[in-house]
Write a protein that binds this ligand. Structure first.
Ligand code: GDG
Length: 472
């Protein structure tokens, strides 16, 4: 499909542009989705519409790439209402099952509408400049864009992908602007989710808030005006081959050797997350503490390395979470550090360069992925691929409330709400015999390689192009 002369051009719309300013100038931002999109976008005359993140001077394109960039600049007030407010304090907690209480603020809603309007205008403009375009809108920041674009360009092919969960209708229905948001999404031809559960929740939410305006038939939603919107589940994946080659590179090997030296003789448990209340970091720490309490023999022999990437520290709930996490780590280290010995919790409050992160993936005896809810969780997939590529026998402890749990069935599944139970699952994980650990890793890694981010992307674009385009 990629590069075919009949292929349509892609206009992608996302909260952020896929570039970042570095000391060497503007460069492509790291990340699986951006890497996967790059060749497809380059081959298809692609344009990317996104917020410049407040960094002035974002270029119209990068010299190294044939992808057009359309930066959106936002006033500080708009960033406050649209981004910190409505996106991160209303929609994020609401869509994550209200594990933190969503805040409803009419001023933020007005800003969300206005900023979505700005993105939609930029998308309409970009669509007018390319041949046979498809529009691909990403994530919860931009849920009004499909309908706004449809109003101006009724015949466009429009797709939307949601990177986070869609909650049960009763939770979604708390949103004062629930009808406006689903109508916004229903401007698309295809609305996609990571899992069947989220897709079904969305279909039922549409019925609940729109009543007779929509009728669900199979995966399709039939609208009163005759349009049909397809809903699909399409679990996102990673660039598995790229991770395999990075983790087996000489520099990653050197990194791993150093870490092995540092942690020699100890069992390493690993956590890697943005510091976010959805990720179950507090529950993980409490479970680790419970484990050390009841298993004296593990004290001094097991260490938890927690990499916590700073996130949204403009938002109070995130600052509170950081305080709680750091207090808890202080308590555990205070209680269980042996005299003259090393601490049981190593806490890194920063993002690491990829080769270091991959070193930790390869080192760990177990990765603890314990979200209270998580759309997919790419860290789990990256760990599996990194371990399998380096011949490791690490165990994946995976919350059943992640999208990844549907695919990574060979993991040791856990319920992070049950802290004692979670401590027990970590114990179980450490007792799994090496041959079964390896078998589980191999099975999961094969599945991830078969369905990598490139396969996911091809499916997404074909679904948006739809049967008409594909047949032409
Ligand atoms: C959202 C949804 C969904 C982490 N630490 C470092 C680092 N990372 C990279 C990982 C991974 C990414 O960040 C995190 O992705 P996740 O999927 O785990 O989580 P979210 O950020 O919450 O992503 C999620 C995802 O969107 C995709 O749809 O799966 O459910 O919440 O790729 O490698 N990267 C580097 N250093 C670090 O320290 N370089």
């Amino acid at each position: 499909m990629t590069g075919s002369p009949r292929a349509s051009s892609i206009v992608a719309v996302a909260n952020r542009l896929p570039v970042q300013r570095t000391p060497d100038g503007w460069q492509l931002a790291p990340g699986g989705l951006v890497t996967a999109l790059k060749p497809v976008m380059e081959a298809r005359d692609g344009t990317w519409v996104g917020w410049d993140g407040g960094n002035r001077g974002a270029p119209g394109h990068l010299p190294s790439m044939r992808i057009g960039l359309r930066p959106i600049r936002l006033r500080p007030g708009a960033v406050e209402g649209f981004y910190h407010g409505f996106s991160n304090r209303t929609l994020w907690p609401l869509l994550h099952n209200a594990v933190e209480r969503p805040v409803f603020d009419r001023g933020w809603w007005t800003q969300y509408q206005e900023v979505n309007g700005r993105f939609a205008d930029a998308a309409v403009d970009a669509l007018a400049h390319v041949d046979r375009p498809v529009l691909w809108v990403q994530d919860y920041h931009l849920m009004l864009v499909p309908e706004l674009v449809r109003a101006v360009r009724p015949d466009e092919r429009i797709g939307f992908f949601l990177h986070v969960p869609w909650p049960a209708p009763d939770i979604y229905a708390r949103l004062p602007w629930r009808a406006e948001i689903v109508r916004g999404l229903l401007g698309a031809d295809v609305v996609s989710f990571h899992t069947e559960r989220y897709r079904k929740n969305f279909v039922r939410s549409c019925g609940r808030v729109l009543g007779a305006e929509v009728t669900a038939r199979g995966g399709d939603l039939h609208l009163a005006d005759g349009r049909v919107v397809r809903t699909t589940s399409a679990p996102i994946s990673i660039d598995a081959a790229a991770i395999r080659s990075a983790v087996t590179s000489p520099s990653a090997g050197a990194e791993l050797a150093e870490l092995r030296d540092q942690f020699a003789g100890r069992t390493v448990l690993l956590g890697v997350d943005r510091l976010d209340y959805t990720k179950g970091i507090v529950e993980r720490l409490l479970a680790f503490e419970a484990l050390l309490e009841r298993r004296k023999d593990l004290r001094g022999r097991v260490v938890l390395v927690q990499i916590a990437v700073p996130s949204r520290d403009d938002v109070q709930e995130y600052r509170d979470l950081r305080d709680t996490v750091e207090r808890l780590i202080g308590r555990i280290n205070g209680r269980f550090t042996p005299t003259g010995g090393d601490v049981p919790v190593h806490y890194l409050y920063r993002g690491l360069p990829p080769e270091q992160l991959y070193g930790y993936y390869a080192l760990a005896d177990a990765l603890l992925v314990t979200p209270l809810i998580d759309g997919m969780n790419l860290v789990a997939k990256e760990f599996v691929v990194a371990q399998a590529a380096t011949g490791g026998d690490g165990v994946l402890v995976l919350s059943e409330f992640t999208g990844a749990a549907e695919e990574l069935r060979e993991a040791v599944q856990c319920n992070p709400f049950d802290v004692d139970g979670l401590a027990g699952r970590i114990e179980t994980a450490l007792e799994v015999a090496a041959p079964s650990r390896r078998r589980a890793l191999r099975t999961m890694a094969r599945r991830i390689h078969r369905h990598d981010v490139h396969a996911w992307l091809d499916e997404q674009i074909s679904a948006i192009e739809g049967p008409t385009t594909a047949a032409s």
